[in-house]
Design a protein around this ligand. Structure first.
Ligand code: FBP
Length: 559
């Protein structure tokens, strides 16, 4: 007989924790009704998106309002859930909320999990989620309950296989928990099922620590709150170490594939000396040289005060925001896609690099040749299944340090700098993606899952589960659905124009960036470091329910 592994005391207590459910969901899906808002349009490229989604384009937003809905719960339904993309704290609670929401409507409703991400749909690998199974994972981090993956379901064969497997298992709905790419995929599947007359709803749930899947109705993606708290604890500890030893410059690269929300949030939480924001670099069209000049300016000024130490935050997506690097990466994306077969036969990085350089226009070829070997090799790595550069594997902080050394040596020679530049590098990403969800993320994800159950039971297909008014107490949160096509635009992926959910980047005119910009000169020269400490699960609400600066500024709860 299988024996249960012992769990940590924290896990035991977190499993027993009961998240607060928004009032509107409390009685279950039989007592709420979907109220339709106005018809919607996509955020851009309306004609192109409409053409690709003839059946799901323009659907109205949905809000749940009180009212008996007797049809729900009459017939038992079978729902499948899949976790897709990078891990984010709270995924298990989405499943717990979904399970409880379905069972509340009809005890005979069933929930299954496709295993290993979207590939589980294609391989028909699934597991029934039972009450006993769910109990061990409530309020825990990770996606290990059913695992995750990055397979994209896009070819006609894959779409047909997905539909056939869902039909074979007699599923009424599929819930996809994912980021912008996975939810784009949810939109594609919803459209495909409608086109093929299949009565299977597809519902998305907004997940990503990156915080870039948001809009008016999706105030934040889950996982951002916990991950930024974990990174901020570590960065705060580094700030204190720096201030104690006063001998190193620490360069910390933080996850966030495209947008710099994580870096900006951690900057607010810890007040380091320098923070680079990718979106600002792009807006100011800063070259690599200008970025180095900016960093060197602060390093030299601090050295003049005898401070040869500091903390620099670098968003992992920075490299794609530097205009010349952006152009190089775009050209590499096309070249790697066009010459996939030829490149796969080459065994060494040098061979691949020489081949690529021979195909690039002169300016980009010169840039590629000038990059350190390691960075050039990292830029040529395989793209992920959605066509994205795997920025988590590119050590941008090392590129910056190498260029800074050259710059500072030149300044020293010219008698303009007399400091020491000893560096230590860090990359914080994977460390924050599977932590126990914060109280906010545990509550938010449980509500997102419960709400997704209500959307599935109401046959709302092509919608993203939306729980809003998040700066209010959880009992007052509002619930509903946002059409996936509403968030889409056309972007170039793997050498082709594709409909994708538009990422929400840091807005330079927004309150979160503005508040940071106001203070950064002070942080640069002083040691106004903040030490947020570890995520707190028990204790005063002031610390357990502390929201992010991003959410508080964006929703007007902080000025
Ligand atoms: P999602 O957008 O799928 O949530 O993933 C975000 C992320 O954590 C990025 O921050 C990071 O660049 C990427 O995943 C790493 O991907 P992988 O887990 O495949 O190494």
């Amino acid at each position: 007989m299988a024996t249960k592994t012992a769990v940590s005391p924290l896990q035991k207590h977190r499993c027993a924790y009961k998240p607060v459910l928004p009032e509107i969901l409390k009685k279950g899906a039989c007592f709420i009704k979907p109220k339709s808002g106005k018809a919607t349009t996509s955020v851009a490229d309306q004609a192109a998106v409409k053409k690709m989604f003839p059946n799901t384009y323009g659907m109205p937003e949905i809000s749940f309002v009180k009212g008996a809905n007797p049809a729900i719960g009459k017939k038992a339904v079978k729902v499948a859930v899949v976790l897709s993309g990078g891990q984010a704290p709270g995924g298990h609670n989405v499943i717990a909320g979904l399970f409880d929401g379905l069972k509340k409507a009809n005890a005979k409703n069933k929930l299954y999990g496709f295993l290993g991400g979207p590939s589980g749909i294609l391989d028909n690998k699934l597991k029934e989620i039972t009450a006993a199974f769910v109990a061990d994972y409530r309020n825990t981090g990770g996606f290990d309950m059913i695992q995750s993956g990055r397979t994209k379901i896009e070819t006609p064969e894959q779409l047909a296989t997905a539909l056939s497997n869902l039909k074979k298992n007699k599923f009424d709905a599929l819930v996809i928990v994912g980021g912008d790419d996975s939810n784009t995929n949810a939109g594609v599947l919803a459209e495909y099922f409608k086109q093929h007359g299949a009565d299977i709803s597809v519902i998305g749930v907004p997940k990503t620590i990156d915080g870039d899947l948001k809009n008016d109705k999706i105030e934040t993606s889950f996982g951002f709150d916990t991950a930024t708290k974990i990174y901020a604890e570590m960065v705060g500890n580094i700030c204190r170490d720096v201030n104690s030893a006063r001998k190193y410059w620490h360069f910390v690269r933080l996850m966030g594939r495209s947008a710099s929300h994580i870096t900006l949030e951690v900057a607010h939480k810890t007040q380091p000396n320098i923070t680079l924001i990718g979106e600002e670099v792009l807006a100011k069209k800063m070259t690599l040289k200008q970025i180095i000049d900016y960093l060197a300016g602060i390093i030299v000024a601090r050295a003049k005060q005898g401070k040869n130490f500091g903390v620099v935050l670098v968003p992992e997506g920075l490299i794609e925001f530097i205009p010349e690097m952006k152009a190089l990466i775009a050209a590499l994306n096309d070249l790697l896609a066009d010459h996939e077969a030829a490149l796969s036969k080459m065994n060494t990085v040098a061979q691949k690099k020489a081949f690529i350089i021979s195909k690039l226009p002169k300016k980009l070829a010169d840039l590629m040749s000038s990059l350190p070997e390691g960075i050039a090799a990292q830029l040529m790595l395989d793209r992920d299944p959605h066509g994205n550069v795997q920025v988590s594997l590119i050590e941008t902080e090392k590129l910056l340090i190498e260029m800074l050394r050259t710059k500072l040596a030149a300044l020293k020679k010219a008698g303009k700098y007399n400091g020491k530049f000893a560096t230590i590098t860090h990359f914080f990403g994977y460390e924050g993606r599977c932590g126990f969800p914060s109280v906010f993320d545990a509550t938010y994800t449980y509500a997102l899952g419960y709400n997704a159950a209500a959307l599935a039971l109401n046959k709302c297909s092509g919608y993203l589960s939306s729980v809003r008014k998040l700066t209010r107490p959880a009992k007052n949160w509002e619930c509903g659905g946002v059409p996936l096509t509403m968030m889409m635009n056309m972007e170039r992926r793997k050498g082709k124009d594709k409909p994708v959910i538009r990422k929400a980047l840091v807005e330079l005119n927004g309150p979160v960036f503005k508040a940071f910009a106001k203070q950064r000169a002070l942080w640069a020269m002083s040691e106004s470091y903040q030490f947020p400490g570890p995520v707190q699960y028990f204790g005063p609400a002031e610390i357990t329910e502390m929201t992010t600066y991003t959410l508080a500024f964006e929703r007007g709860a902080k000025k």
